[in-house]
Design a protein around this ligand. Structure first.
Ligand code: ZN
Length: 242
């Protein structure tokens, strides 16, 4: 069984909430680039601007939801099957929700199995974004099976477990087994370029390790256990606030 992916328009309430949260973070500058009218706007005024953006773009967002649904119907089930095999675990049954949003914030909510996706990317980037989030959901299921004692709060920023999940998702999406689904270079966090394991950039380090393990016919369990050991060895170094 695979969970259903429900693709829908993000509600106004959700948009308001997320704009408030993101405008308080380092992402504010990106939101301001897209919507300069949000600069310095707070409280009720902010809600009014978000409300306007939401309704002004509602036809485009709805059209996008329709396109993404069509794309998903063609590719989604096969992707879900492939990533589950690669990860060596079954999907959970709980429905997953993708809320299509006017803002390029793309947060995910692990505990609710939901995420938001910007409405105005090229379709290949939208799909890569969806695959990325779905990879996280099944990854954390696998991670919880292998390391049941690790607290769930560590799956989020700034914990090293979060960092590892964000490293592994693009590495897996670049796996040749997913070449029919992921048509662009998988998105990596720019903030990771300065982090190293020994002398090697962290993305390169784990990417080589993953390729090496897969080539030798080892399982994803083998890879994840050893990758997590690398992180745990120098745990304090890998806290990252973004
Ligand atoms: Zn991610």
């Amino acid at each position: 069984m695979q969970p259903k992916l429900k693709i829908k328009v993000a509600s106004l309430a959700r948009e308001k909430e997320q704009f408030k949260i993101f405008l308080d973070t380092g992402f504010a500058k990106f939101i301001h680039q897209m919507y300069p009218e949000l600069k310095g706007v707070k409280g009720k005024d902010l809600e009014a601007v978000v409300r306007r953006l939401h309704f002004e773009r509602s036809n485009k967002v709805k059209a996008r939801v329709k396109q993404v649904k069509q794309e998903w119907a063609q590719k989604g089930p096969k992707f879900m099957e492939t990533i589950s095999k690669m990860m060596g675990t079954e999907w959970f049954e709980r429905e997953i929700s993708c809320h299509v949003s006017v803002a390029e914030m793309n947060p995910r909510f692990l505990e609710y199995v939901e995420f938001m996706m910007f409405y105005d990317y090229p379709m290949e980037k939208t799909m890569e974004g969806i695959y990325h989030e779905l990879t996280h959901f099944i990854y954390f299921k696998k991670f919880g099976e292998l390391f049941p004692k690790v607290e769930k709060k560590r799956y989020n920023v700034p914990y090293p477990e979060w960092l590892l999940s964000e490293i592994i998702a693009p590495i897996m999406l670049a796996d040749p087994r997913l070449k029919d689904f992921v048509k662009i270079k998988p998105t990596e966090y720019k903030a990771f370029v300065n982090i190293k394991v020994g002398n090697v950039k962290i993305m390169d380090y784990f990417s080589r390790m993953y390729t090496d393990y897969m080539r030798k016919g080892k399982t994803f369990d083998d890879f994840l256990k050893d990758a997590y050991k690398v992180i745990q060895k120098d745990y304090d170094r890998y806290f990252l606030r973004i």
